[in-house]
Design a protein around this ligand. Structure first.
Ligand code: SAM
Length: 188
């Protein structure tokens, strides 16, 4: 099973019509579309990406799936955007996803970086409502990927010490490829 399928299964089991959710790395819009479909027209999704091309691709995918109306699209750095959103959306989000790394088929130099990832995660912990789900996928095979994953692991340890439940998943991969890792954290 692909790690993205595991993420979508968690979202499917958790999100309900009318919920609020946030995709901190919209990319090609796969996760945003799953979220928007699950929350329905009475719900609300905020999808963020630092690249205009990613937000354009997300808009196209959402429109094709008939769920663009319930999504707010933002071209922004997720640390800055999530911090700004805290004033209006604190403790309102049912689920937040981070799918770290670079956009497949795009400029690999534009990738998530530990500083903004950790800033985004801290703000995400404010935006989630109690019981809300934080799903973070990290890829460890590219330059900087393992360092970023280590810092996310440390952050997950700190929220676990605050009482959150945290699980991790690492799919089995063939050959020498380093598997991605998914953290599933539930806020208390
Ligand atoms: C692995 S892709 C995400 C794939 C996406 N979840 C999907 O369903 O298609 C990672 C994305 O993070 C974006 N990104 C990198 N740094 C960012 C930042 N500081 N703030 C927001 N997005 C960022 C990249 O532009 C890229 O589109």
């Amino acid at each position: 099973m692909q790690i993205t399928d595991i993420v979508h299964d968690y979202l499917g089991a958790h999100l309900k019509p009318g919920d609020h959710a946030l995709d901190a790395t919209a990319g090609n819009g796969y996760d945003s579309t799953v979220m928007a479909t699950l929350v329905g027209p009475e719900g609300h999704v905020i999808a963020i990406d630092i690249q205009v091309s990613a937000i354009d691709a997300t808009r196209t995918r959402l429109a094709a799936a008939g769920c663009l109306a319930q999504v707010e699209l933002l071209v922004a750095d997720h640390a800055q955007a999530l911090n700004s959103l805290c004033s209006n959306y604190a403790q309102t989000m049912s689920a937040i996803t981070f799918n770290l790394g670079y956009l497949p088929g795009s400029d690999k130099s534009i990738q998530t970086e530990p500083k903004s990832t950790l800033g985004g995660l801290r703000a995400a912990s404010e935006l989630l409502k109690p019981g809300g789900l934080l799903l973070v996928t990290a890829y460890r095979g590219h330059d900087g990927g393992q360092t970023e994953a280590n810092q996310v692991a440390d952050w997950m340890q700190t929220v676990q010490e605050r009482g959150w439940t945290v699980e991790s998943h690492e799919p089995i991969v063939t050959g020498k490829r380093v598997p991605p890792i998914l953290w599933v954290a539930r806020k208390i």
